[in-house]
Ligand binder design. Structure first.
Ligand SMILES: CN1C(=O)N(C)[C@H]2CS[C@@H](CCCCC(=O)O)[C@H]21
Length: 123
């Protein structure tokens, strides 16, 4: 069937919820990210995201990237990934992410970036 549209509500394996809202013809979008867990034990808050996807409609499995500006910690996460639709029309977002936290000294920069993968399904 049809292409994979990023717009809507997604959840990943960590229980985070992501809403991708405005999508324009240039393929840029915005949204919000609500995380259940964090690297710190701080109370988490909904955080804004900005992203770009390959030209919507032109691709069945568009690539995308987006960045989340965490509102409760001095850190940010960049996601890159692709949207896939299986034979039953089930969509998944396969992503790799980099989480960069602010470090107070240049000598600590070696431990400032975490990397991982995350899969989102539509909720
Ligand atoms: C919950 N998460 C999630 O859904 N991920 C895909 C990973 C990569 S972003 C991280 C949360 C970072 C929160 C801010 C901070 O702790 O500095 C973790």
């Amino acid at each position: 069937c049809c292409a994979c549209d990023l717009q809507g509500l997604w959840r990943n394996e960590l229980g985070s919820n992501m809403t991708i809202s405005a999508m324009n013809t240039a393929g840029t979008f915005s949204g919000s990210y609500h995380t259940a867990v964090a690297a710190t034990n701080k109370q988490t808050l909904v955080s804004p995201l900005q992203g770009v996807q390959q030209h919507p409609g032109a691709k069945r499995h568009p690539m995308f990237s987006f960045t989340v500006q965490w509102q409760f910690s001095d850190s940010t996460t960049a996601f890159v990934g692709q949207c896939f639709v299986d034979h039953r029309g089930k969509e998944t977002l396969e992503t790799t992410w980099l989480l960069r936290e602010e470090v107070l000294s240049h000598k600590d920069t070696w431990k400032a970036t975490r990397v991982g993968t995350s899969t989102f399904i539509r909720i």
